[in-house]
Design a binder for this molecule. Structure first.
Ligand code: CUA
Length: 150
């Protein structure tokens, strides 16, 4: 084996180890959850907020030109929320601005992410994938308060 090939293999191995370490660091030290893909089912096409327990929610978000449904989501402070995201048409983005959540809404696919809301306030959801002429108007919000309601 040529000495340059060995060098390139060593550098490639080092870069792969760096990526693996970064993932491990994000998961363990920064507690950043990685998005999951869920098998497709029609039940995810119905936008809704389901309260499973006093601090546990499931939110089914449907993106379509140019809105998210539900448009306002009410969550009790200190809750954990499983977001299930799909699209009715083109690819949309799903970014919870204050939470470092970044998902893609894809027709025929479900992306899931779990998020914990410890601080009360309003969290903004924006579409960050260009999806047509109304893209800049595509937003929604999550209101976190002690009642979990308006
Ligand atoms: Cu939806 Cu941009």
């Amino acid at each position: 084996m040529d000495k340059y090939e060995k060098k390139i293999l060593a550098i490639t191995g080092g870069v792969i180890m760096l990526f693996l370490f970064s993932l491990l660091y994000a998961k363990v030290s920064r507690r950043i959850d990685l998005p999951e893909c869920t098998p497709y089912s029609k039940i995810y096409n119905e936008p809704k907020v389901v309260k499973l327990d006093k601090d546990l929610y499931q939110v089914f978000v449907v993106a379509q030109m140019w809105q998210f449904q539900p448009e306002e989501i009410y969550i009790q402070t200190g809750s954990t929320v499983d977001f299930y995201l799909t699209s009715k048409d083109v690819v949309h983005g799903f970014n919870i601005f204050e939470k470092n959540v970044n998902l893609m809404a894809v027709y025929g696919g479900i992306n899931k992410m779990t998020v914990r809301f410890d601080e009360p306030g309003t969290y903004h959801i924006v579409c960050h994938e260009y999806c047509g002429i109304g893209h800049h108007n595509m937003e929604a919000s999550i209101v976190v308060n002690s009642k979990g309601a308006k």
